[in-house]
Design a protein around this ligand. Structure first.
Ligand SMILES: [Zn+2]
Length: 233
């Protein structure tokens, strides 16, 4: 009886350990992924779940106004629906990353399913913009031991984040700004969303406003905004 209880407790602990490391952005247990840069005067803005009509285009205007380049982790099926927006992103000098084709939690995907998700997303981006993504971010931050290995084998470097704006529920802009400013230490990769993985057209107007204010604030403090690609160099 005691032995059973101990076994159950061990199993529970192992399960929660696996759960934590599968989702925690900073965990390196399942293979290395980029979480932050080494230059404390740099910040990298990253946007997930686009392209999203019309909010990605509004965001593009804000980034252009400030002459800032960002990194976009795109959902392949949306890339197929709005290839023109993806071409606009590439033309403006933003970095395009792979965020799978349909945004599943890869923890629950087989190796074959994972390969298909990554390959289909990369192909959609290639078809739209004529370039191959080199960076990959797992949906929900979810990965298991094989996920990052498969990504690397396919020439995709895993990128997580060190700061999250908690903007996926369309929170007010000042809420998102407060979340970001409360976590920035310098050298951060900031997680924001220009799209929503459930549907095209998710309201990201507050993220666009928050982006404008965050760039104004941190440029004023002397920070340099870079892409994740530049942060790695
Ligand atoms: Zn996502």
């Amino acid at each position: 009886m005691l032995e059973l209880a101990v076994t159950a407790a061990t199993t529970l602990a192992a399960a929660s350990f696996a759960g934590y490391h599968a989702m925690a952005p900073g965990s390196q247990v399942y293979g290395r992924s980029l979480v932050r840069g080494t230059n404390a005067r740099q910040l990298a803005l990253t946007y997930d779940d686009g392209p999203n009509d019309p909010h990605t285009l509004r965001l593009l205007e804000v980034l252009a106004k400030h002459d800032v380049r960002a990194t976009f982790f795109l959902v392949g099926r949306y890339v197929q629906q709005r290839p023109q927006i993806v071409r606009e992103l590439a033309k403006a000098g933003h970095v395009l990353g792979n965020h799978t084709f349909t945004h599943p939690n890869l923890i629950f995907c087989s190796e074959l399913q994972t390969r298909i998700q990554l390959a289909e997303c990369s192909r959609a981006i290639e078809d739209a913009a004529g370039l191959s993504p080199k960076l990959f971010r797992p949906p929900f931050g979810g990965r298991r031991p094989s996920t990052l290995r498969i990504a690397r084998e396919m020439g995709l470097e895993p990128v997580m984040w060190s700061v999250t704006g908690w903007d996926w529920e369309a929170k007010p802009a000042d809420y998102v700004e407060g979340k970001v400013t409360g976590q920035v230490k310098g050298g951060d990769i900031v997680l924001l969303h220009d799209g929503g993985h459930r549907e095209m057209g998710a309201d990201r107007s507050q993220t666009v406003i928050a982006t404008n204010n965050l760039i104004t604030r941190y440029k004023g403090e002397g920070y340099q905004f870079v892409t994740v690609q530049e942060m790695k160099n």
